[in-house]
Design a protein around this ligand. Structure first.
Ligand code: PEP
Length: 249
């Protein structure tokens, strides 16, 4: 079902102690809301964060996972391992994974399948680079990323898919897509899904925007018809800012 979601991606920040502190501050400041709130701490804090958040409305997501069930993949973590520490959601395809770790659409398709087999919801990230936007190719790039990693899925699998449009030029740069640019792209994404599946299915998919969302711009971005929330990087590390973004709905 289409939901309003605000997810915080902590990236490689916060050790176990810092994570506990941030989670306890978040619990203090978070008030009951219709907006689903997710935090994605590093692997080492997933268990403690998930335990500390038990009974609250906030859940944890992992920032990555491997597609294999187990085996000789040094340094990797499987879907079953995530499930075992209370993880219900995984972020896949973040532009930093694509850029620094060579993750391709084909690899991501395998990861998506593995997550869904374990009933882990996927926040699937994609977005164009600045050069793509400058050359007017942003829609073709985004369409390709979605098709290549997700269009092999049956319609029923989409209940467990959340999309996150994150233009690479807006991530961690302080530069944000304008609310109109975000709306145009989100509308295009919904149309792309409607063309492949159905307009009914497309209407039910939550599409988050990510890229330098801050308390000052969240309200306007979230007010757009096809923007169902945000994937937040830098501002998710500051509880006051993160809470203000959640409350921007
Ligand atoms: C992100 O990394 O997903 C992100 C959106 O980062 P930031 O909010 O810092 O741009």
């Amino acid at each position: 079902m289409r939901k309003q979601i605000v997810a915080g991606n902590w990236k490689m920040n916060n050790d176990y102690v810092d994570s506990e502190l941030l989670v306890s501050k978040l619990l203090e400041q978070h008030t009951h809301s219709q907006t689903e709130v997710i935090i994605a701490p590093p692997f080492t804090s997933l268990l403690s964060s998930s335990n500390s958040l038990k009974g609250s409305q906030i859940t944890v997501a992992a920032q990555n996972m491997h597609y294999a069930e187990n085996g000789a993949y040094t340094g990797e973590v499987s879907a079953a391992m995530l499930k075992g520490v209370g993880v219900q959601t995984v972020i896949l395809g973040h532009s930093e994974r694509r850029a620094y770790f060579g993750e391709t659409d084909a690899l991501l398709a395998k990861k998506v399948d593995a997550a869904l087999q374990h009933n882990i919801r996927v926040i699937f990230c994609f977005g164009e680079e600045l050069a793509d936007r400058k050359s007017g190719n942003e829609e073709a790039i985004v369409e390709g990323q979605i098709k290549n990693a997700l269009f092999h899925l049956p319609a029923s699998a989409w209940e467990q898919i959340v999309l996150a449009y994150e233009p690479v030029w807006a991530i961690g740069t302080g530069e944000t897509a304008s609310p109109e640019q975000a709306q145009d792209m989100h509308n295009f994404i919904r149309q792309t899904i409607a063309n492949k599946y159905s307009s009914g299915l497309a209407a039910e998919v939550s599409i988050l925007y990510g890229g330098s969302v801050k308390p000052a711009n969240a309200k306007e971005i979230f007010s757009k018809a096809d923007v169902d929330g945000g994937l937040i990087g830098g501002a998710a590390l500051d509880v006051t800012q993160f809470t203000a973004i959640i409350n921007a709905f």
